[in-house]
Design a protein around this ligand. Sequence first.
Ligand SMILES: O=C(CO)COP(=O)(O)O
Length: 249
Amino acid sequence: MTVWVGTSWKMNKTLAEATDWAQGLAEALAGRELGGVQPFVIPPATAIGAVAQVLAEEPRVLVGAQNAHWEDAGAWTGEVSVPQVADAGARIVEIGHSERREHFAETDETVRAKVAATLRHGLVPLLCVGEPAHVQAAGGSGAHILEQVGRALEGLAEDQLARVLIAYEPVWAIGEHGRPATTAELAEPFAALAAAWGSRVQGLLYGGSVNLDNAADLLGIPGVDGLFVGRTAWQLEGYLRLLEIAAGR
Ligand SMILES: O=C(CO)COP(=O)(O)O
């Protein structure tokens, strides 16, 4: 079974930093078996092209975009479209990260339109879902994420669903102010997600304060097919260690 290990750099890295990281990754992986691991990296839009160019020599690593608009082109100042990020070398489009839902007015409606656009152009949607702290405290995690996923994937055919990746990232567990989730806290929401969608989509990933100490345990939660990582993977050394941990699962 494939174990996905990906990182989003969020709004970090210059072109030089991005290409250094990618070059280092290509060199580290050269001639190496990946052990069933599918690596992917999601740079900021400015660096997608450069990273994809470097990783052309290591095409086992997929490159993604952190966002793309639902229209193919037009008067949408500041946005980039799925054909544009595909043209730059992206094969995955991240959609609906909680930071975009919170700060950039991303709604279930726009998320659904972006998933559809991504599939229409033959890229892989990486749909992010997750509940805020108060919902988790009230025991509503599973129901919340099932509702988000249901709205995002409504109306898709089975062959389209089969290409979708879902990342469950509890809002309270993400970033420097986040609290790492325990495996016990994640068991119920993952069981719910796996029961509803596990056999229909390409993979279910976990994200939120993944680090070198908890990665193996998180990968051991039933239903988890991979990890989606921020801070721990921004230094190449951390990402390489995560690939090794995942290969050893
Ligand atoms: O949001 C995330 C990945 O998209 C997770 O970020 P951190 O791993 O830094 O908590």
